[in-house]
Structure formats: structure tokens, C-alpha cells
Design a protein around this ligand. Structure first.
Ligand code: MLT
Length: 329
């Protein structure tokens, strides 16, 4: 059905516009109306923030407003599906990351193909996660936190952004590496989960640094380690997982932009141009760095580089995740 549907969309698109010249004219006059950035998680979380910071700067280069549409659910797979089935005209863009465009393909029976129904546009910044807990947890470091988790196993609740989300996968590995067990509570994103952590409704999250950074700095939650080999320049006091006692728990949540397969190359080039311009903007770079986000080098921001990264990560993570028998919602 999908192929026919895509061919059908193509036919409709080409039938609608007079032949040959219109496609060039279409691309040349692109964008002629606002563009929608589809965010597959709840507003207020790290994916939403990424979309808003990038969108805010890209609209200047594109000369059209960028509308943010949060379509949450099923670990982000519903929102991405909305883009995979959208017309290939450059007006619907998926803002996604490692879990939505890699992990979900290993745990959900998706009605779209992550590689064949979506075209990469630009690789965006990445950030590791922080192991964070509510403020009242009586632990001064990760070792004490792990001991507290083991002593309170039956009562502990961790927040996730749904099955297959970056926070969910990271928490499964945290349990494996530390020998802890806790209940996982799915939210529509780590934005709302973090609110409950600050309120003490849940006990921990393995949350993207960009999402928890402000609360850690404000002292409203505790951070024990960063899921990377090196400390975050913007949070130098937080040790790495190797230093703190969860060796090898390296998770980097890298972001990207995708459009429906079949979107004209010139339109993808325009979107990529606007994204790279945004990532070269010193104000955007400072903001990203302050929130623990690392901008990839220019030569890795291309559609091809994102496509290659996605393929490589699928090759690496699918066997691991399938072996862990992680099930979708
Ligand atoms: C979000 O925006 O809520 C996140 O990307 C969630 C996650 O994947 O952990």
C-alpha cells in the first residue's frame, strides 16, 4: 500500500502542477508558505527545544515561519509516521533523533520504513544524558544512589518518554550495568517527566543534558553522572559514568531533520542550507553549548552524512535492542 500511496502522492503532485518547468519553479519559489516542524514528543522537552532553537533561526534564512507541531506517542513513532506519509513538498519536516529514527525500527512494527520512506536533510547537534534524581534522594554520588535504588527497589519509579525513547533505552541499560531494578513510568516526553521529577512524583530519569541542565544548575534535582567518556564543559562538576560507577553507559542522542522520500533535491538543499546557516550562527552555537549540545562539524551536517550515520547506528543498535527483547507500547 505504502509504495502505491507514495507513487499516488507523486502522481497527484506532478498532475497538480503543469509538467517540467513547475518542478524547477516549485523548488525556486520554495518555501511559499509556512513550514511545519513535526516534533514526536511533548512540548517543553529536549526535542521540542531543539526544534524551536533551530526553527527560530532557519525561518530567517528561509523567509517563512516555522510552525512547531508536537505529535507525541509510542516513543515518537507516531509523529515520525505523520511525516513519512506527508506530501514530499518540503512543508512537513521531521525533527527526530537517535531513538525515533533508529531504535523505534527495532521495537515497533512501523507502517513506514525509516530509511526508505524518509530522506535525510541535515544532521543537527547531539547531547549525552544525565543520570538525575529528585532532590530528596539521600545520596551524594552515584554509588550511594545505586545503593539507595537497591534498598528501595519496589518503591522506585523512573520517568521515560515512552517505549523506545532515548530515556527508556538508557534506563534499561542503566539497570543492566548497575544491577538495579525500578518501575518505568511512560510520559509523552521528558519535558513533563522532568516536571514530575522536580515535584518529587518520580525518583529518577536518564534525561538529555539539554533538558535537565537548568534544573541541575538551579539545584532542584540532583545529577550523578553524564553518559559520555568526557565531562560536559557546561557542567564540569558532574563526573562521567566511568568515573562515577556505571562504566560503559555511553549514550549520545544525536538529532536530525528528515523529509518525506521524494522531496525534490533542491528543496532538501535549501532546508540543509538554512540548517547549516543556523548551526554556524555564534548565538545558536553558544546556546547549544550552554545546554550541553555539541554542534557537529560542518562536513558532517550534510544529508549524506546524516543518512550514513543513521544506517551505521541501525547496524549497531538493532541487534543489541532486538536481543534485549524490548517491546513497543
Ligand atoms: C523528548 O523530547 O521528550 C525526548 O527526546 C525524549 C527521549 O527520547 O527520551
Amino acid at each position: 500500500m505504502k509504495l502505491q500511496r507514495r507513487q499516488f502522492l507523486h502522481l497527484v503532485a506532478s498532475a497538480a502542477a503543469p509538467p517540467a518547468v513547475p518542478r524547477a519553479a516549485g523548488a525556486q519559489s520554495y518555501p511559499a508558505r509556512p513550514i511545519t516542524f513535526n516534533v514526536p514528543f511533548a512540548a517543553g522537552g529536549p526535542s521540542d527545544a531543539m526544534a524551536r532553537v533551530m526553527g527560530d533561526r532557519m525561518r530567517v534564512a528561509l523567509g517563512q515561519p516555522i510552525l512547531i507541531e508536537n505529535v507525541a506517542g509510542a516513543g515518537g513513532s507516531i509523529g515520525v509516521g505523520r511525516v513519512a506519509h506527508a506530501p514530499p513538498d518540503g512543508y512537513t519536516v521531521s525533527v527526530g533523533h537517535w531513538s525515533t529514527h533508529v531504535v523505534n525500527g527495532a521495537i515497533y512494527d512501523l507502517n513506514y520504513d525509516l530509511l526508505n520512506d524518509l530522506a535525510p536533510v541535515a544532521r543537527l547537534p547531539a547531547n549525552p544524558q544525565l543520570i538525575v534524581s529528585k532532590k530528596s534522594v539521600p545520596a551524594a554520588n552515584l554509588k550511594e544512589f545505586i545503593a539507595w535504588l537497591k534498598a528501595n527497589e519496589s518503591k522506585v519509579a523512573a520517568g521515560t518518554a515512552g517505549a523506545g525513547s532515548a530515556s527508556h533505552i538508557a534506563e534499561i541499560y542503566f539497570q543492566k550495568i548497575t544491577g538495579t531494578r525500578f518501575t518505568m513510568v511512560p510520559y509523552r516526553g521528558t519535558g513533563p517527566a522532568l516536571n514530575d521529577l522536580v515535584a518529587g512524583q518520580i525518583d529518577l530519569i536518564l534525561d538529555q543534558a539539554s533538558n535537565s541542565m537548568a534544573q541541575v544548575r538551579a539545584g532542584t534535582i540532583k545529577a550523578y553522572a553524564v553518559t559520555a567518556k568526557t565531562r560536559l564543559p557546561s557542567l564540569p562538576e558532574i563526573p562521567t559514568v566511568d568515573e562515577a560507577g556505571a562504566p560503559g553507559l555511553y549514550i549520545s542522542v544525536w538529532y536530525g531533520l528528515w523529509v518525506p522520500k521524494g522531496t525534490p533535491k533542491d528543496i532538501i538543499a535549501k532546508l540543509n542550507g538554512a540548517a547549516t546557516t543556523a548551526m554556524a550562527d555564534p548565538k545558536v552555537q553558544a546556546r547549544m553549548a550552554d545546554f550541553g549540545l555539541e554542534v557537529p562539524p560542518r562536513e558532517q551536517q550534510t544529508p549524506e552524512a546524516l543518512g550514513a550515520l543513521q544506517k551505521a547506528e541501525i547496524g549497531k543498535w538493532w541487534p543489541i535492542i532486538k536481543a534485549a527483547n524490548i517491546k513497543g507500547e
